[in-house]
Design a protein around this ligand. Structure first.
Ligand code: FSO
Ligand code: SF4
Length: 548
């Protein structure tokens, strides 16, 4: 195996024996093969689209496969073998449909479009040969992987929008075009850079699409106080990002005597009007994804993982853990999709919850959030006044991810060291590094404004663009906003590319720069966009605050 797609890549270069995330070598290889398979499908689906032919089963397969290979989403070896076989059937179906035009298909001679799986042994031997290192030139490899990871992040957000009935042909077309491009040895580095930037454009589009899907379905997030204590009834803990699962779980648990709590990235569900009406939707339990080993143990009830990040489970709660959607883990019960659009059946989880003790309290009190674009625009006058009077000197976008590395304590220290006339804008699980600190408020505006999940970083961009308009500025970079972003997995890659597409410069990325950026590709990002890493809190603070 060789995997360097996330921030925790071993030694800052790549995992080679087993993933720091817990991914085994065989699963890592099978994920590479699944990617190779969807790239093979894309060779043909791109041509078919040019001829006006699309296929929603093929589109869904591509999206779900990309999502399943994101860090910490799916560890299910057998599931990946089955997906690869299914993908080959889809690919070969395209070949039949394009029989008359195969000669015009660019890359038709590429192995990704031709190979056949045979036995599981043959398939696994293939899996070991098609990974990241199959591309020899390190800059081409770096650009291909940067593009692939951006596409994975895009696919995750497209999937969340799709389950709510929202999709966009342009993004899907780019997804497939981008995947096929990573197989093309003829492309120059400049052309690959162009595709990476284009990926950022589609990143903005799919985050806007998901924002529309979420807000039109569940209402605009509202400024909300969320309980972080526990009640005395048994509960179900729901984690991940899928709001449709959230909705169905709340509906099915109503009146059963079982409460529902959120964990990690599901916390922002509390901000949506559609979910507030459920009195058994009690609060948020615990912190970011990486603390799940201890927090799932003390929760006492069943836990539903709707998306990444899944940590290899401990025996203490294995029999209470469920996966659904694109998540999976060997030996862990999986809740299947409903048939023909019917809701998923969560009855097994609910029945188990009834036999469990209520959660053990680990915290008490409340945290506040729900500062997505509509809520912030609702108090825009107050915010603009505070900036004009100098009560707010600078905003710090500290969106992104949390993770287990000790070096991430930097973000807690940084938040604490920020002067009291600054405001943190956050989204994603990065917030858990400072959302329980008492940082106070500025004239009633809290100093930590949480917009929601990582995809709600889009909201932060909308807020920045609105402020630019209100202040009559030419350039988004003239706003008093600094970007100190923490990343972990590939959804953060698409968020970053989207911000670059919107023209945001001088983003600082930590706790380390991606292992998949070769020195030359990193230089392009530094020279063109002023991307930088982090150093110490003191040094960085001085640098950020000296900008005028
Ligand atoms: Fe976090 Fe995990 Fe949301 Fe990621 S829970 S790390 S960027 O999946 O997607 O923020
Ligand atoms: Fe390593 Fe991250 Fe890849 Fe897991 S996802 S194998 S931790 S680089």
């Amino acid at each position: 195996m060789f995997c360097f797609q996330c921030q925790e890549a071993a030694k800052g270069t790549g995992c080679t024996i087993q993933g720091v995330c817990g991914k085994t070598s065989d699963v890592a290889n099978l994920q590479d093969l699944l990617l190779y398979t969807v790239k093979g499908i894309s060779i043909y689906s791109v041509k078919a689209r040019e001829l006006g032919v699309t296929d929603s089963a093929s589109e869904q397969f591509i999206i779900k496969s990309l999502f399943a290979t994101i860090t910490n989403a799916n560890f299910d070896r057998d599931g990946f073998i089955a997906r690869v076989r299914e993908g080959i059937v889809i690919r070969d179906g395209w070949k039949k449909r394009l029989a008359g035009s195969l000669a015009d298909v660019p890359l038709a001679g590429h192995d990704a479009g031709l190979w056949t799986p045979g036995t599981d042994e043959v398939l696994e031997a293939k899996a070991a040969a098609v990974g990241v290192l199959a591309t020899g030139n390190e800059d081409v490899r770096s650009l291909r992987e940067l593009l692939t990871y951006g596409l994975k992040g895009m696919a995750a957000y497209m999937e969340h929008a799709a389950v709510l009935g929202y999709d966009e042909a342009g993004a899907q077309a780019f997804l497939e075009r981008g995947l096929a491009a990573t197989l093309n040895d003829e492309l120059t580095a400049d052309e690959l850079v162009g595709l990476v930037m284009e990926c950022g454009k589609y990143g903005v589009d799919v985050m806007a699409l998901l924002d529309r899907a979420n807000t039109e379905t569940y209402g605009n997030p509202e400024i909300t106080k969320v309980n972080i204590g526990v009640g005395d009834r048994p509960g179900i803990l729901i984690s991940g990002h899928d709001l449709k699962d959230m909705e169905e779980l709340l509906k099915q648990t109503e009146g059963t005597g079982v409460d529902v709590y959120t964990h990690s990235e599901m916390l922002p569900a509390h901000y949506y009007p559609a979910f507030k009406k459920y009195s058994h939707f009690v609060g948020n339990y615990g912190n970011a994804w990486w603390k799940q080993n201890e927090e799932f143990a003390s929760f006492n009830g069943p836990i539903l993982m709707t998306t990444n990040c899944v940590v290899p489970p401990k025996d203490s709660y294995k029999d209470r853990l469920y996966t659904t959607g694109n998540t999976g883990y060997p030996g862990i019960k999986h809740i299947a999709d409903g048939k023909d659009g019917a809701p998923k059946d969560f009855s097994a989880i609910i029945e188990q919850a009834k036999t469990c003790a209520s959660p053990t309290g680990i915290e008490s009190g409340e945290i506040v959030g729900g500062f997505a674009h509509a809520a912030v625009m609702g108090v825009a006058d107050q915010v603009v006044d505070a900036v004009k009077t100098g009560a707010i000197k600078r905003f710090f976008v500290m969106a992104g991810c949390d993770g287990r590395m000790k070096s991430r304590n930097y973000y807690t220290d940084f938040a604490q060291a920020l002067p009291s006339d600054t405001v943190i804008l956050t989204a994603g699980c990065a917030k858990y590094k400072y959302n329980k600190l008492d940082l106070g408020d500025i004239g009633g505006i809290p100093r930590v404004l949480d917009a929601g999940q990582c995809n709600d970083s889009y909201s932060l961009a909308v807020i920045a663009l609105k402020l630019k308009e209100v202040f009559g500025l030419e350039d988004i970079n003239d706003l008093p906003i600094s970007y100190n972003i923490a990343w972990y997995e590939q959804k953060a890659v698409i968020v970053l590319l989207a911000l670059l597409y919107l023209g945001v410069k001088n983003i600082h990325l930590g706790p380390t720069l991606p292992a998949f950026l070769s020195p030359n590709v990193a230089k392009v990002l530094v020279d063109t966009f002023g991307i930088g890493g982090i150093t110490t809190v003191d040094e960085d603070m001085e640098r950020f605050l000296s900008v005028v």
